[in-house]
Design a protein around this ligand. Structure first.
Ligand code: SF4
Length: 394
């Protein structure tokens, strides 16, 4: 029997109720009228790939934008299309059969995540999402301080975040990630500590902590950049988080990610291990057979193409072996355990230590990299300079 290859499936929902000041994601406000046509196109794209019988879907991740601007019914409909049984729409289930849809094979225990924003959730929607098969919720709390939330242009307040979290528990979600940002304009170390303690009191299974990144060329970003903390303060915030969370039972397993034992993100690990993924929706990237390619970014262009049944890549590149190895190192070093050297050598038929002996020795000497128990990994100091280290391998 032919072995199916495992992929992570990413679905992009590019709609938001408003645009946050710092946002550089592929997201659009005031385009809600496109949602019905967008979902139709997304389902077409799902069916298109479902004819490839070689794919086994290991995880599903619905990201954005704000996927929870959709109704629970719409999310269920999309997931049912993936399952090839699209409940409630006999016509479309029939058309999938006519098209010879091979149906995706989805593991029983597949992790199915949706990104959610407070202010777009209520108990009923959360119950619908749970019933649709979503088993992991990633909640964009970002800060536990109303002043900071409004500075960065978030629509919600702390109380909305707390309500969303409690409602999700009420609806039965037992795997919740909370996103927090640090390095916010005028944010003090004590503000950050308060955000961390407040979120920790909620006892989420997982936390993702990102330092705010700004593009000074953009109008709002330039304004925000004016009174952001110094780089030393940002590093102090990061260090505080590592110490505080690990003391409180979280495993620091990736540069920006922390989990209670047994709750590491399975989907994101696919990226960090440079494995294959299929990205559907506007601007989504796929990585299959050494080729990386994306859909057009704007939902209108994506809908236009999909309606014509055309799926040209907006951007694509075939990765050379050297580039693939370099990227695998860059991504693998994001994991705190690092790269299992023997496994890596076996996968790429190389000797990592020989191929990169010069940068590895230099980075070891500078205290940024270490080889420990057969793993090549960043040191604590190296975690601060991960991007600089990565450049040595690309
Ligand atoms: S909710 Fe997220 S994707 Fe939407 S505008 Fe804000 S940061 Fe961007």
């Amino acid at each position: 029997m032919r072995t199916r290859r495992q992929v992570g499936l990413y679905l992009h929902i590019p709609f938001c109720r408003s645009k946050c000041h710092y946002c550089d994601f592929n997201s659009y406000s005031n385009q809600g009228d496109l949602i019905p046509a967008y979902l139709k196109t997304l389902k077409r794209e799902i069916e298109r790939y479902s004819r490839d019988a070689s794919l086994r879907v290991k995880t599903i991740y619905i990201g954005g934008g704000t996927p929870t601007v959709l109704s629970g019914g719409d999310v269920a409909d999309v997931l049912n299309t993936i399952r090839g049984c699209q409940a409630g729409s006999a016509r479309q289930a029939g058309s999938a059969r006519q098209a010879g849809s091979a149906r995706y094979e989805i593991g029983k225990e597949a992790e199915i995540t949706i990104e959610a924003n407070p202010g777009t959730l209520d108990e009923f929607k959360l119950m619908e999402l749970k019933a649709a098969g979503i088993n992991r919720l990633s909640l964009g709390l970002q800060a536990m301080d109303d002043f900071l939330l409004s500075r960065i242009g978030r629509r919600h307040q702390v109380k909305d975040g707390l309500n969303a979290y409690y409602s999700a528990r009420q609806a039965g979600f037992d795997n919740i990630n909370c996103d927090l940002l640090f390095g916010l304009p005028a944010q003090k170390l004590s503000d950050w500590e308060r955000s961390l303690t407040t979120v920790l009191d909620l006892e989420p299974e997982h936390l993702s902590l990102y330092c705010l990144t700004l593009d000074p060329g953009k109008q709002w970003n330039a304004r925000l950049a004016k009174d952001r903390p110094t780089e030393e303060k940002e590093l102090a915030m990061y260090d505080l988080a590592i110490d505080y969370l690990t003391e409180n039972g979280y495993e620091h397993y990736e540069i920006s990610n922390f989990a209670r034992p047994g709750y590491r993100s399975i989907h994101n690990r696919i990226y960090w291990q440079n494995e294959e993924y299929l990205g559907l929706g506007a601007g989504a990237w796929s990585y299959l057979d050494g080729r990386r390619y994306s859909n057009p970014s704007h939902p209108k262009a994506y809908i236009e193409n999909g309606t014509k049944g055309e799926w040209p890549a907006a951007d694509e590149e075939s990765l050379s072996t050297r580039r693939t190895i370099g990227e695998a190192i860059m991504l693998g070093l994001r994991l705190v355990e690092g790269i299992k050297v023997a496994e890596f050598n076996n996968r790429f038929k190389i000797k990592l230590g020989n191929m990169f002996s010069f940068p590895i020795r230099r980075l070891e000497r500078d205290g940024l990299l270490e080889i420990n128990n057969g793993h090549l990994r960043l040191t604590r100091r190296g975690l601060h300079l991960a991007d600089t280290v990565a450049l040595e391998f690309i």
